[in-house]
Design a binder for this molecule. Structure first.
Ligand SMILES: *Cc1c(COP(=O)(O)O)cnc(C)c1O
Length: 384
């Protein structure tokens, strides 16, 4: 039997275990925030943002950021229907109404024109997710934000290493949120980061993040408002510091794996992969293959083929509006069509060239069977 190829796995070296051990042994008392302070400084410098607050998750960073923007009951927040549930849940928890719109079929990210059409007098934010490391059209979205006065938020959980015409993903909107979950390019086990260059917003989130205690409040145990508890631990931040020292290596390796897939699969008819538009860098968190609708290749056939080859592959995000707690928005045709014929490929740092070749062989075989009309395109249409 062949060895199993996992789809993600963190890259952990002696640097990470060394810092974590130091934090566990010595990072207490006066030193209890040292790695956190260092991690935040390294992160904001890397990104080119003025402020950063380490959090327990990206979901928590989004929750606090949206709360600090004053979003609550009666407000609408626009986001792409193609998303992880973590992007929508803070909106729901704040009592606001999520408005899922269609994606651009090239970038798989929110379509700026669809976002513009969804704006109402109640719209209080547009949350942009750079899905799989692909960049949303930030020029169009930032212009829309400027014209309407609606803040643009960047969910950059999947986009460390992605650059839009010289500006890093997460540094362009009113605030950005990152995830350091174990499946992400940079990990602290669990964890996240809130980033902004807006000083007022930073101060509000800092207060919210400390149980509502303002940093200039002299009274002990005195919260001025009801806040949150989404802090990162010093031990997690120690791992984060080591990962930040290796950030160029971590993102370069992701891009190398992506390039190898693109090279191996180049010219194969009926498939496309993550785009990298002129003037941008795709951080390549998750290489993804999408079969054209007329190939008839379905997600289920791909899952079966990968399982048979002992390879872990992941399905493309289901449209949020297809989940049981929301109302189906089938007019979001691209968000509803792509997942049925797409698959995420393994891309962990330590995978070998032989591993990527094994993955490509499965895709090539599926494409060859599609060319022989083994799959009926009507199947996929019937599924809708
Ligand atoms: C991973 C992810 C999140 C959530 O990150 P957590 O750190 O698990 O809260 C949010 N949005 C997107 C797009 C993600 O991929």
């Amino acid at each position: 039997m062949t060895t199993r190829i996992l789809y993600t796995k963190p890259s952990i070296t002696e640097l990470e275990t060394g810092y974590a051990t130091d934090a566990a042994a010595n990072g207490w008392g006066e030193k209890c925030y040292d790695y956190i302070v260092r991690f935040e400084a390294m992160f904001r410098e890397h990104l080119g943002s003025r402020f950063a607050i380490a959090t327990s998750s990206c979901t928590g960073a989004l929750h606090m950021g949206l709360a600090a923007l004053g979003i609550g009951p009666g407000d609408e927040v626009i986001l792409a229907d193609t998303n992880w549930v973590a992007t929508v849940s803070p909106i729901v928890h704040l009592g606001a109404t999520p408005v899922p719109v269609d994606i651009d079929p090239e970038s798989w990210c929110i379509d700026p024109a669809a976002a513009a059409r969804a704006i109402t007098p109640r719209t209080r934010a547009i949350v942009v997710t750079h899905i799989y490391g692909n960049l949303a059209n930030m020029d169009a979205l930032l212009a829309l934000g400027e014209q309407t006065g609606i803040p643009v938020v960047e969910d950059s959980a999947e986009a460390i290493g992605s650059i839009w015409h010289g500006r890093r993903a997460g540094s362009m909107g009113i605030f950005g949120a990152f995830s350091f979950h174990g499946t992400k390019t940079l990990t602290t086990g669990e964890g996240g980061m809130f980033v902004t260059s807006d000083e007022e917003l930073f101060e509000r989130v800092l207060t919210l993040s400390n149980h509502g205690r303002a940093r200039n409040q002299k009274k002990q145990f005195w919260p001025d408002l009801v806040g949150f508890k989404y802090k990162m631990s010093n031990i997690q931040a120690a791992i984060g510091c080591a990962q930040m020292e290796r950030i160029e290596e971590l993102t370069a390796r992701k891009r190398e794996i992506f390039a190898q897939y693109r090279h191996e699969l180049a010219g194969l008819p009926g498939i496309s992969m993550n785009p990298e538009a002129e003037g941008t860098v795709n951080g390549a968190w998750m290489p993804t293959v999408v079969f054209d609708a007329d190939t008839g290749v379905t997600r289920e056939q791909m899952q079966e083929a990968f399982a048979a080859a002992n390879i872990d592959a992941r399905v493309f995000f289901h449209p949020l509006s297809s989940l049981p707690m929301f109302t189906p928005q089938r007019e979001n045709v691209h968000a509803w069509s792509i997942p049925g014929r797409a698959i995420n490929l393994p891309s962990y740092h330590d995978m070998s060239e032989d591993d990527t070749r094994r993955v490509c062989a499965v895709i090539r075989d599926l494409a060859a069977r599609a060319e022989r009309n083994v799959f009926s395109p009507t199947d996929i249409r019937a599924r809708g």
